[in-house]
Design a protein around this ligand. Structure first.
Ligand code: BG6
Length: 527
């Protein structure tokens, strides 16, 4: 029997404006003190304070909340406010002076050398004073936006100063760690162990900003909210999965120093790409909760395998000089702060398998790279073709036409830009012949919702305030991901690369195409 279902589809006019995101009801999150360690850095200026300002503007940040920038430079609260004003103007979604005036009195600055214990005792006094003045209950977020080598010393000193635990059982204290969390498996295990001496796992929020993106959360909503797709997500129907995190950027904004120490495998594969893979491949959790979802992701990470020697399933690349959008682009080794003989990879492609009941035998192709032709993060689930190919697709170049099998069906998640989902189907081309043609049934966020998507950091900061760890990596998740990439890192360290091996503005080294069988390849179509 059909159940009667009432669906309220809001008309365009009924949708709320770009500021509110249609959240059923905006009420401020629990008020808290947020301390940002490394407040003079790029992340604070580009992401954290603009995100907090945008949350305030949209009514999510409680009016009592206080934000304390902690860093070495001696600039005072006025200096910090001025710097954050300039930064927020540049990086906020929708800056306006009136909202800034309402936000700015939450910002304070505390000068702090990361290794000086008295400075933490001073911070505690300062927090108590501000919390007393603003009527705050004493719930605290410590945000590690400093260089990772300071994580452990900061946590140790927080502990010494009585700041690593809540003041009493009614209150909470949460600590957010930016990536990279570790440098390889051994360092990640050590970091987890050292941090766990002072903090319980439920206090620890390891950021992977990809999980804060609405379109990434949509992978689960789409898979589990639509009865027609989930039954197809398995080895019987899926031919392969492709996950791409492509960037046209190179080493702009002074990132060369960090990047050359890191490389694409550590910078994007260990975290963002493997997280995307987990969301596509994981089993439906028993309930939608932080523990259950993270358990399912860990199960996926535990059964990722690769066939053959590392060189057969892992390809690395580094860009040389090339052309991007009509301009000459420098090679990686010519970029600012990059050694002329750098062996750091700026491109990685992997062919992996998730060897479990659902996915056995289905290849997952992952790739990421800098200075590729476009910025695009995309997941393509490519389905098997029908068992009999009755129809053909006609492709004509000038007067020369050729026949080929119709393209396979694909479900494509455009994570960014042009956020949305596409279903590629084969239909009859109009005319006297029975020719097949591929068409795109698509959904675009901007067309369906007429509003900007929130920045990932806004969502993640709200979740820290709420105490929801779903979108943060657990210690075992981090270690499993490092366990996968560490043998590749070690192998590459021992074998000298033949770099550069792809020109800037191309889709990467040719070897990455050879990861596929001859009948398939990367979906690279230009928009
Ligand atoms: C970061 C990496 O984690 O993600 C950067 O360190 C990369 O190198 C960035 O550019 C990509 O994020 P997004 O959100 O722009 O796709």
């Amino acid at each position: 029997m059909l159940e009667s279902v009432t669906t309220a589809i809001p008309s365009k006019g009924a949708l709320s404006g770009p500021d509110t995101f249609n959240d059923a009801e905006v009420s401020p999150e629990p008020p808290a003190s947020v301390v940002i360690f490394g407040a003079s850095g790029d992340l604070t200026a580009r992401k954290l304070v603009p995100a907090l300002y945008d949350l305030c503007r949209r009514g999510h940040l409680a009016s009592e909340s206080v934000i304390v920038g902690a860093a070495r430079r001696d600039k005072g609260t006025d200096g910090f406010r001025q710097e954050m004003y300039e930064a927020t103007k540049e990086h906020s979604d929708a800056f306006d002076e009136d909202h800034w005036v309402r936000f700015v009195d939450r910002l304070h600055y505390h000068r702090l050398e990361f290794d000086t214990p008295e400075h933490y005792r001073g911070l505690r006094e300062e927090l108590k004073r501000l919390e007393g003045e603003r009527g705050l209950p004493g719930d605290r977020i410590h945000y590690m936006a400093a260089a990772p080598r300071f994580y452990v010393p900061i946590v140790e000193h927080l502990d010494e100063a009585g700041l690593a635990k809540p003041e009493d059982a009614e209150r909470w204290c949460r600590v957010v760690f930016e990536k990279p969390f570790g440098y390889d498996l051994a360092s990640a295990e050590e970091l987890n162990e050292q941090v766990s001496r002072y903090l319980a796992e439920d206090q620890i929020y390891r950021i992977d900003h990809y999980l804060g993106k609405d379109t990434v959360q949509n992978i689960m909503a789409f898979r589990l909210g639509n009865g027609i797709f989930e039954p197809l997500f398995n080895r019987r129907y899926v031919d392969h999965v492709q996950i791409t995190v492509a960037e046209d950027m190179g080493m702009e904004s002074g990132r060369g120093g960090y990047y050359d120490e890191s490389g694409a495998l550590r910078d994007v594969v260990q975290n963002h790409l493997l997280q995307l893979l987990c969301l596509v491949a994981m089993e439906p959790p028993a309930v939608v909760g932080a523990r259950e979802i993270r358990d399912e992701k860990v199960k996926v990470l535990s059964c990722i395998r690769a066939a053959g020697s590392i060189d057969e399933w892992a390809v690395r690349g580094q860009y040389g000089e090339g052309e991007l959008e009509g301009d000459t682009a420098p090679g990686y080794r010519q970029e600012d702060r990059i050694p002329e003989d750098s062996r750091t990879e700026t491109y990685v492609a992997l062919r992996l398998q998730v060897e479990n009941w659902r996915w056995a035998g289905v290849p997952f192709f992952l790739r990421t790279g800098k200075r590729l032709p476009a910025k695009r993060t995309q997941i393509a689930v490519v389905f098997k073709r029908p068992p009999t190919q009755y129809f053909r697709t006609v492709t004509c170049v000038g007067d020369v036409c050729s026949l080929s099998a119709p393209a396979a069906n694909a479900l494509v998640f455009d994570i960014q830009p042009n956020e949305g989902v596409h279903l590629f189907l084969s239909v009859k081309r109009p005319g006297m012949n029975m020719d097949a043609h591929q068409v795109d049934m698509s959904f675009r966020y901007d067309q369906a919702f007429h509003q900007k998507l929130p920045d990932a950091y806004e969502r993640l900061l709200v979740d820290v305030m709420r105490g929801d760890q779903t979108l943060f990596a657990r210690s075992d998740e981090i270690e499993k991901a490092w366990a996968l990439v560490t043998p590749v890192l070690e192998h590459w360290q021992q074998t000298p690369p033949d770099f550069p091996n792809y020109p800037a503005g191309s889709w990467g080294p040719e070897a990455a195409d050879r990861l596929f069988p001859p009948t398939a390849g990367w979906l690279n179509e230009e928009e």
